[in-house]
Design a protein around this ligand. Sequence first.
Ligand SMILES: [Fe+2]
Ligand SMILES: [Fe+2]
Ligand SMILES: [Fe+2]
Length: 415
Amino acid sequence: MLIQVDLRQVVYALSDALDLVGVNDFYHGKRVSLMAVQVARTLGLDTATRDELFNAGLLHDCGVSSTAIHQHLVEEMDWEGAQNHCEIGYRLLDSFSYLRSLAPLILYHHTHWRDFAHKDVAPEIPLLANLIFLSDRADALSAPHLGPELLMHKPAIIDTLAGYRGTLFAPELLDAFLETARADAFWLVLEPRHIQNFLGEMLGRSQSQTLDFSELRQMAMLFSRVVDAKSPFTAAHSQGVACLARLLGKLAGLPPDTQDRLELAGLMHDLGKLQVPDEVLDKPGALSSRERLVMERHSFETFQILSRISGLREVAAWAAYHHETLDGSGYPYCLGSRGLPLEARIVAVADVFQAMAQNRPYRASVPPRLIQVNLQQRVSIGQLDGDVVGLVAANLDACWRAAIDGEACLVTTTP
Ligand SMILES: [Fe+2]
Ligand SMILES: [Fe+2]
Ligand SMILES: [Fe+2]
C-alpha cells in the first residue's frame, strides 16, 4: 500500500492531538512554534532550519499525554520533573523515520544552556533546542495573560527571561529574542485568530511524501503511543484493537490494502481521548452524566484530527465511527446502519472486544466465552454487526490472541 501524505499535515494533526492535552489551554505548541520561527528569522537561520523549528515547536511536548503533567509545565518556570517528558518525546519521534531529525531537539528542550558544556551533542543541536526552551518558557509566562492585557505584562516577561541570560538560555539567543520581542506585533500574533493565519501560511508550504505501509504504521504507532501512554487503563488498547481489526478484515475476505487501513484506523481510533482529563479516564467507577459527556466527545475529536491528513480520510471515518451503532443510537453522529461501512463495524467490534479482554485495575479481564456472549447481546439490541460478531464466534481463540497481544501481531505482520 502506498499513500501520498503531506508531512506538514501529519505534524499539524499530531500537534492538534497534543493540544487536546491542554484541555482548556489550546495552542501552546503552536505559539512556541511561532515564537521560535520569528527569533530564528532575527538570527538569520535558513528556511530549512526554520521549518525544522516550526515542526519541533509544534511537537515539543509530544511526551506529555497527562493533563496533570501538562499543568506543571505551563505553571512552573523550571520544573524538576521536566526531563522525563523530553525523553519520552525523543523516543516517540525517533521511532518515525520522517520526524527522527526532530528527536534530539525534543530531548534537550528543557536543558539549561550552561549544562550543554557537559553533554556530548551534535554541534547544531544546543542552539536550536535552547530556542525551543526559550520560546516554551516565554509562552508559559505569557499564556496566563493572553488577550488585550498581554502587552501590559510584556516588560515583566522580558525582564524575567533576561534574568536567565547565560544560565538557562544562550546569550546570543536571548539577545535575538529581546530584539524580536521589542515589537508589540511579536506578542499580538500569539492571539488565536492570528495564529491561524500564520499556521495557514506555513501549512501552505507542503512537504508531500509517498509513504508505504510500514512508514504509515510507524506514524500511526506514534499517534497511538501518545494516547496509550495517557493512562494505565488504556495501555496497549489501540494496538490490540488494530491487530484484531486487521484479523477481522482478513476473516471477512477484505483485500490486503483494506486490512492495512483497518490496522491504521485501530491504532488511531481513540486519539481524541487525549482531551479527556486523567481523572475521568482513570475513574474506576461509573461516570457522572457530565463526565460521560466529556468522555463521549473523544471519537468526534478523533475525526477532527485525522481528517486533516488528506490521504487518510477513509481511515479517519472508520476510526471515528467506533462508537456508532447500527440502530443509530451511537455517538457522535448517530449514523445508523446505512451510514456505517463494514470496516467501521469491524473497528467497533474490535474496540468492545479488546476493552473487555484487557485487565483493568478494578476488574480482571473477561474470558473469551463471556466476551462472545456480551457481543451477541449487543447484536440483539441493534448495536453491533451480527456478521462481524459471527466471525469472532467462529475464531474466538485467534481473536483473543490478537486483542491481548497486539504488539506481537504488529511485529509478525511487518513485511
Ligand atoms: Fe516541554
Ligand atoms: Fe473509544
Ligand atoms: Fe477504544
